[in-house]
Structure formats: C-alpha cells, structure tokens
Design a binder for this molecule. Structure first.
Ligand code: NAD
Ligand code: MG
Length: 396
C-alpha cells in the first residue's frame, strides 16, 4: 500500500565516471533524477573533474576517488558543496558502508571486489556490471548477497537478457543458456592476422562502446570467458549447460533453452541503458529513450559457431569451470596481468591466453576457497606467476 510520496530510493554508483557509470546516471536522469532518487555515493578514479561535476549535479552525499593522490584536487573541486570527500581503498570501503538501497557495481577489474562485497553484506540490492566479483569469488559472493538479504540484479547485457527471460517457476525445465557474442573485430581474421593485432585494432568494438579493458577482452573473447563463469554462478548452471554463439549484429543479447524445445530470447539495440534501467526499476519496466528495433531494416540475424582455436579463452573458461575451486580467480588474475602487458605492448595478443593457461595449470593444486582471503591469495599468486612467466619468456 502506498501512502503519500514514498521516500526516494538511495543509490550509490561505484565507478560512476566509467562507461557503465555514465550510462547509469543518464538512466537516473531519465527516470526523474533528484526528484525520485537520492544519490548516496559516487566513486571514480583519475577523472576527478567529471566525478565532481556528477556529484554536484546529482546532489551526491559523498564522492570518492580510488586514488589517494587525487584527494586534494577532488576536495578543491567540491569545496563549498557540502559533499563529503574521501579517497583510496579506505575511501571505497567507507563508500560501501554508506546507507544505500541500490548499488551499481561498475568499477572495472578486481578493484571492485571488496567494496561490492561489503555493500552486499550490508543488504543493498546489487546491480552487477563488474564481472570479476562472480568470476573470482563465485559462490562466496552469492553467499554474501544471501546473508545481506538484498537482490542480485545482473547488468552485463547477456546476463540481464537471461534474467529477463528466465522463468523462475520453470527452473527445473532449463536445459541451457546461450550467450551471444558479436565475435568482435577479429571474428573472421586468420590466426596469422591475429598474431599481429595491436591495441588500436583490438579496442575498436563493432557494436558496443565500452571501456578500454573490456573492449580488448571482447576482442580476445576473454570477456565472453568471464561471462560464461559469471552465468554459471548467477544462474546455478553446470558448465555443459552454457553455450556461446557468435551473432555479429548484437541484437539478441542472450537466450534460455527449455525442456520443451522452446528458446526465449531478449532482443534490443545494443545500448546498455536497457539493462541498467531494467536492473534499476525491476520488476516494472521503465520508459527509456533507447533506439527501437526496426526489423524490416535489420532484415537478418546471423549466427556462427566460435572457433576455439582462434579464441582459446572460451576453452579456458570451460577448463576453469570443470576444475572449479579458485580457478576462476586464477584465470581472471592471470588474464588481468597479461592484458596490462598487452596494453603496454610487452605481450602479443595471442600470448594473453597462453600465459593465462600456463598459470591456471601451475596453480591447479590450490584448494577451494572457504573465505574471501583465499580468493585474494589465489588472485595474488596468479598475478605473480603470470609476471614470472612473462619475465622468463622475455629472457629465454
Ligand atoms: P570503464 O573503464 O569505462 O570505467 C571503470 C570505472 O572504474 C571508472 O569509474 C573508473 O574511475 C573506475 N576505476 C578504474 N580503476 C579503478 C580502481 N583501481 N579502483 C577503483 N575504481 C577504479 O569501464 P566500464 O566499461 O564502465 O566497465 C565497468 C565494469 O562493467 C567492468 O567490470 C566491465 O567488465 C563491466 N561491463 C561493462 C559493460 C560496458 O558496456 N561498458 C558491459 C558489461 C559489463
Ligand atoms: Mg557482456
């Protein structure tokens, strides 16, 4: 029963200056902005000017830069605004401790893990864009959500699509989920061509506009690999129930196959605001100004099986899922170090998967995680081992 105006929902956006974060604020704006929402915390990293502008215009209570060195400049930018300013890892944990009903987890990489877990334990609904939380912490992250009592709302477009068409009361009848992948810029490239790929060609995604790391991960299919592991934990699936299909138009965002042969799909133009809006308004659907699909103009939708020889990341995801334990954290940690090296031009495009697989093999003996510390240890060991292997390769 509603009496009078309900209290505005309190939102926090971790990673508000990024691609997902900016889209989230755009959706908030379309859905009434400060009239309907109270912004508790916004966080960023290097882009202090944008963070300050966002905090002022949305009337945030607190703004946090993840980088200690930017504390003073953020403080200066926000002087006289009454907005609390904090910085560094401790600042992010303070952010996670602030009251919020809904938190957008859109910090890129493992840096997003600790604050998102803390917010989950406090009981906020978590709109999850950051995939590393589930890839690395898996069931422990799900457990934190259950303990906190909030909801986990997938924002990654594939998982959001599955969330939209997954019939909760038909869970027993789910046979498989089918994750779509555009195939990225190298879908039709030869192995020889892929050996010479540069950061500039890898970052140019054909359909989606995203941050640098996720764009390169999309080109190497590591993004899809992380998404397979993410889907497994989100929807409680067995590895063999998760399929990947290339679909170059990125119109079908993913599908669920049921025991009667039916396949339910979610379609839309490639615009993250649909997924973000769904997670923000759930269960009702919001009104959003995203471009509508024009089927006559589209004319066709194409599909093709991915070639795992050219995209070994998909095979590595399956390996991590069947091995279980902390292999997800190891895959992710090793991949992040390899990706960093590729961005800095110290490693070739195809060597990213090679390094990751060797690290996964070398650390296959690690026991399953019983607490978050075990996850952080696995992550650290994977990073160390990846760095060692790259050094050995460079020397030999
Ligand atoms: P982005 O690089 O555009 O933004 C990342 C955000 O994290 C920024 O606000 C940045 O300031 C912050 N950040 C960077 N390093 C940090 C650190 N060390 N500590 C704290 N904060 C830090 O990335 P994005 O494209 O917005 O993606 C964000 C997350 O969402 C990623 O995990 C990505 O995989 C996931 N995701 C993105 C998309 C997309 O369309 N962009 C789609 C699905 C999932
Ligand atoms: Mg995705």
């Amino acid at each position: 029963m509603m009496t009078g105006n309900p209290a505005p929902r309190r939102l926090s956006i971790f990673g508000s200056t990024g691609s997902i974060g900016r889209n989230t604020l755009d959706v908030v704006d379309h859905l009434g902005g400060r009239e309907n929402f109270e912004i508790s915390v916004l966080t960023g990293n290097g882009n202090v000017e944008l963070l300050a502008r966002q905090a002022r215009s949305f009337g945030a209570r607190m703004a946090v830069t993840a980088n200690d060195r930017h504390y003073q400049s953020l403080k200066n930018e926000l002087s006289g605004s009454g907005i609390t300013v904090a910085a560094g890892k401790s600042g992010l944990m303070e952010a996670a401790d602030r009251e919020a009903d809904w938190v957008m987890a859109a910090i890129v990489g493992t840096a997003g893990l600790a604050p998102t877990l803390a917010a989950a334990r406090r009981g906020a609904d978590i709109a999850l864009a950051n995939k590393e939380c589930l890839v690395s912490a898996g069931d422990l992250f799900i457990k934190s959500i259950h303990e906190g009592g909030g909801r986990l709302l997938p924002v990654d477009s594939e998982h959001n699509a599955i969330f939209q068409v997954l019939e909760e009361n038909q869970r027993h009848a789910i046979e498989r989920v089918i994750l779509t992948a555009s195939g990225g810029p190298f879908r039709t490239a030869s192995l020889e061509e892929m050996a010479g790929v540069t950061v500039e060609t890898a970052r140019a995604h054909p359909n989606w506009s995203m941050g640098l790391k996720i764009s390169i991960d999309s080109a190497s299919m590591f993004n899809k690999a992380l998404e397979m592991i993410e889907a497994r934990h989100l929807f409680g699936l067995k590895p063999e129930q998760i399929e990947v299909i290339f679909h170059p138009q990125s119109i079908i965002h993913s599908m669920v196959g049921y025991s009667d042969g039916s396949v339910l799909a979610q379609l839309g133009t490639p615009d993250m605001r649909t997924a973000i809006g769904y997670a923000l308004s759930f269960p009702p659907r919001p009104n959003l100004p995203v471009e509508r699909l024009d089927f006559a103009r589209l004319a066709r939708l194409d599909f093709e099986a991915p070639d795992e020889r050219r995209f070994p990341a998909l095979r590595l995801a399956r390996l991590a899922m069947t091995r279980g334990g902390v292999q997800g954290a190891v895959l992710n940690g090793a991949k992040e170090v390899a990706l960093e090296a590729f961005i800095e031009r110290r490693l070739s495009f195809l060597a990213m998967a090679d390094i990751t697989e060797r690290v996964m093999d070398d650390l296959a003996h690690l026991p399953p995680a019983s607490a978050m510390d075990d996850v952080f240890v696995a992550d650290r060991l994977a990073r160390q081992r990846a760095a060692e292997l790259m050094k050995l390769d460079a020397a030999g």
